[in-house]
Design a protein around this ligand. Structure first.
Ligand code: BES
Ligand code: MN
Ligand code: ZN
Length: 504
């Protein structure tokens, strides 16, 4: 889908050929709204006559308005113009328009902010996404182009580029998470990742069972051993800065199907465990966006992929395995498999000496109970990193919330037969999973863990992947690149001298 920004006044918007026109109408209406044209008068009158409510997302539709090129027009209230209100407004307008086979959409957004522009693009993409990979008769997305009319297109060009890349990354993640588990196998996912290597500055390497065994990833191997599908460990390297610059390392849980293994899950909704590679999809989707934007920092992606299956050869409750770190683990529940593949990837990450290490995983049902489907669980051993991630999530409407990591929580992970067990009791299940992971990260290493079990997909009638938290991760990385650029700018001479004097 193509997005385009145009400097457009409201009167000019009437002359643009499009199948549909959405008019975003904030509470503090744009000066353009005073324009003396049919369209502006219609909108103003509708608001004045209270034929459209003030609530964000209220929509009034019109058909073949005189003097307007677009056949259908949706006037929609966008409240304070914040990203959240803009998103809500666009989704409501798109739903009301029932765009059908429309190909060209014009969205008049006036003096929209950069953040609201991103929300607006994401919302149009979301509303027009259609899964077709295994539904050959389903209607593919017809919407080809979205033109956004704004007050000053030049001022928003950088925001457009970022939002467009973000949409691309989110859609990549969504598409692969949605694909059925017999289609999105570890092998297929690795092949898809390899295709990304065509992107500039991006390298992809894929390890198989033998290489992973040779490395000594005993925990990861234990999960994979019950499956006929061979594991794939995907390693991505995006180089946007000099080689010596320490990378951010992203780790994504890639369980392409989680039956629970010998600790078999109950039947209802088990199909949704195809989404258990949501962390992997988000990390890969983030690289799709990085390849587009080419920011000045280095990023490594580590994506352990495999199935978790019951089998004659499957790992059993009580089995003890040796992780890459050398620590032994008693696997008391084979359904707590995510932490087993992640712990070896976290140990592997140390070789890159990361400036920050961030893992993303659909890790625990307990996190869904704690935070529901709005915010992801955020754990970190550094306040700064936690704040940066939370800010990135809030800014992109992909929010998370910090959870605790007190050492007392790891009590329950004690084992009589290994250095640790892979489960603790039922209380605080998301926290104890995070404490397990922390045992594989050096205290000197800035680390964060995002439990995305509640946000990676939707259940019920609108069952499908969300592509979260690509937007959060991308925003964090771009912010980090900006911080790095600032730090590396040499101080002006006078200030540097002052700083030296101050030190004495
Ligand atoms: N992939 C699941 C977590 C999950 C469950 C995410 C439901 C979303 C919805 C994970 O592998 C798992 O099974 N976790 C167990 C851990 C338990 C055995 C300690 C869980 O949450 O029940
Ligand atoms: Mn599981
Ligand atoms: Zn799982």
């Amino acid at each position: 889908m193509d997005f385009e920004l145009k400097t457009l006044t409201l009167p000019q918007a009437t002359d643009v050929a499009a199948d549909a026109l959405i008019l975003l109408w904030p509470d503090r209406a744009d000066a353009d709204a005073d324009a003396n044209t049919d369209l502006a008068q219609w909108a103003r009158a509708a608001v004045a006559d209270a034929d459209i409510e003030q609530a964000v997302g209220s929509v009034l539709l019109a058909h073949r308005l005189p003097g307007v090129q677009a056949r259908k027009v949706a006037l929609v209230r966008s409240g304070d113009g914040s990203p959240a209100a803009t998103r809500k407004a666009v989704l409501a307008a798109m739903a009301a328009l029932k765009l059908g086979s429309a190909q060209r959409l014009l969205l008049w957004a006036g003096d929209v902010s950069a953040g609201a522009l991103a929300a607006l693009l994401q919302a149009t993409a979301e509303a027009s996404y259609s899964y077709t990979h295994t539904k050959p008769k389903a209607k593919a997305r017809t919407l080809q182009s979205v033109t956004v009319g704004v007050r000053d297109a030049a001022a928003l060009q950088a925001a457009l580029a970022q939002a467009q890349a973000c949409v691309k990354g989110v859609e990549w993640a969504k598409e692969w998470a949605n694909r059925p588990p017999n289609h999105a196998t570890p092998t297929r996912l690795a092949e898809a990742a390899q295709q990304l290597a065509q992107g500039k500055r991006l390298q992809v390497e894929v390890l198989g069972p033998q290489e992973v065994a040779k490395l000594g990833m005993g925990a990861y191997l234990a999960v994979a051993q019950g499956s006929q599908e061979p594991l794939r460990f995907i390693v991505l390297k995006y180089q946007g800065a000099p080689k010596a610059s320490a990378p951010v390392v992203l780790v994504g849980k890639g369980i392409t199907f989680d039956t629970g293994g010998i600790s078999l899950k109950p039947g209802p909704e088990m199909d949704e465990m195809k989404f258990d590679m949501g962390g992997a999809a988000a990390v890969l989707g983030t690289f799709v966006a990085l390849a587009e934007l080419q920011p000045a920092l280095n990023v490594i992606g580590l994506v352990p992929c495999c199935e978790n299956m019951p089998d004659g050869r499957a790992v059993k409750p009580g089995d003890v395995v040796t992780s890459l770190s050398g620590q032994t683990i008693e696997i008391l529940n084979t359904d707590a498999e995510g932490r087993l593949i992640l712990c070896d990837a976290l140990t592997y990450a140390a070789r890159f000496k990361p400036r920050a290490l961030i893992d993303v995983a659909t890790l625990t049902g307990a996190c869904v109970i704690a935070l529901g489907n709005l915010r992801a669980g955020l754990y970190s051993n550094r306040d700064e990193l936690a704040q940066a991630l939370q800010a990135a999530g809030d800014a992109t409407l992909d929010p998370c919330w910090r959870m605790p990591l007190d050492d007392e929580y790891e009590e329950g992970l004690k084992s009589n037969f290994a250095d640790m067990a892979n489960i603790a009791g039922r209380p605080a299940g998301s926290v104890t999973a995070a404490k397990f992971l922390q045992k594989f990260v050096a205290p000197e290493q800035a680390w964060a863990h995002l439990d995305i079990a509640g946000v990676a997909w939707k259940s019920g009638a609108s069952k499908g992947a969300t592509g979260r938290p690509v937007a959060l991760l991308l925003q964090y990385l771009l912010d980090e690149a900006a911080r790095m650029a600032k730090e590396s700018v040499p101080m002006p001479k006078a200030a540097a001298a002052g700083a030296k004097r101050g030190k004495r």
